[in-house]
Design a protein around this ligand. Sequence first.
Ligand SMILES: [Ca+2]
Length: 269
Amino acid sequence: MDYYVNQFLSALLCTSLLFIANLLPVTAQAAAPIPFKVLAERTHKLTLFTQGLLVDGDHFYESSGLYNQSLLVTYPIAEPAGTWAKISAPFSKKQAIPERYFAEGLALMGDKLYLLTWQEQTLLIYDKSTLNYQKSLSYKGEGWGLTSDGKQLIRSDGSDTLYFHNADDFAVTKTLKITDEGKAVTQLNELEFAGGFIWANVWYQDRILKIDPATGKTLGELDLSALKQSLQLTNSEQVLNGIAWDEKRQAFWITGKHWPKMFLVQVTQ
Ligand SMILES: [Ca+2]
């Protein structure tokens, strides 16, 4: 009798473990790791609560979030010599975002910067060269990450769906579900379009997914946990959240919210 009870309990335990395993969130390791090397690092302003990051020529453009303190800034990629000069280097230009908005993702198309807001359903448009405000457009849902494939703007909202928008009126033209080995990938956040692919980080994770923009399938991932660990951050809100393709250097600049550094990461395959 004991034998059967044991068999029954073993079977029950196995079933329970399988059930629990199915309930666990889909984590890394499904997508193939993409090899990379770190070419350089530089200072990043600790005050910036990075939401969007992009490179245009020799300058970064970065949006920083939170209510009453959202900012849009630009600064040169090249740093001055000396530690203090680097830390205290001023922004080339800085634009305060009205206090009722929580700035989110940032994208460039032509001579305009497009800035999402988190829950205010408002897209703010700025002139690239002056950072002067130009106009607003409205949209439905949340704003998280934003990038451009040169034709359209691509938005994330924290779900597993990416939204393609016309730049003129910000109307949604199509949606794309993002999957990894057939499973939905939620919490998509900061985005970057580079080399014909969409690169997206997942909120609270140290990985960046390489996504096929036609199918939404994840083709591989950059595991940047070692970079983050090297910073010895103390606040759990200091998540990886900046991806900018540097055309000149053929590599990604990577940073995060209140990170003290930015890293130049080159894919090596
Ligand atoms: Ca970006």
